[in-house]
Design a protein around this ligand. Sequence first.
Ligand code: TYD
Length: 144
Amino acid sequence: MPSPISVPRLFVLPSAGSDDIGLLTIAERDNLPFDVKRVYWTFDVPEHKIRGHHAHHELEQLIIAVHGQIELIIETSDRQRYMFLLDHPTKAVYIPCMCWREIRFAPGATLLCLASQEYNEADYIRSYYDYVQLVETLPNGKKK
Ligand code: TYD
């Protein structure tokens, strides 16, 4: 069941610790917009390589830069564009389904993704042309 949150949104996750001992950040069921079924992380991305370039029919994601900085450009099904800079490991961006995204990594950055579904290539929309065709034909009431 897709989450009722339908726009990309920045969360600041709770942390524990101090300067003396270091910090940890918590992603726990009660604080998240969906139940997490998969976790993956992306690293060693070459400079200037832009990743993403796809949308998902159903998948919802939380994206965290656990190391370094990551910029997300997100286009929603009502053709709004959002930009987020993840520059601290406590920040998480929620990406609803049916959003086109581009992801830029600063050198050395590591992206952690919490995902609402297991991997399914059939859930991807990898052509921007197809994505635009799809969102343009969504009935208004069904726009995510
Ligand atoms: P993709 O989601 O396209 O990465 P990005 O959005 O960062 O560019 O995935 C890249 C490749 O990895 C693609 O061939 C599918 C594969 N993959 C899996 O096998 N399982 C996964 O959970 C993910 C996220 C990707």
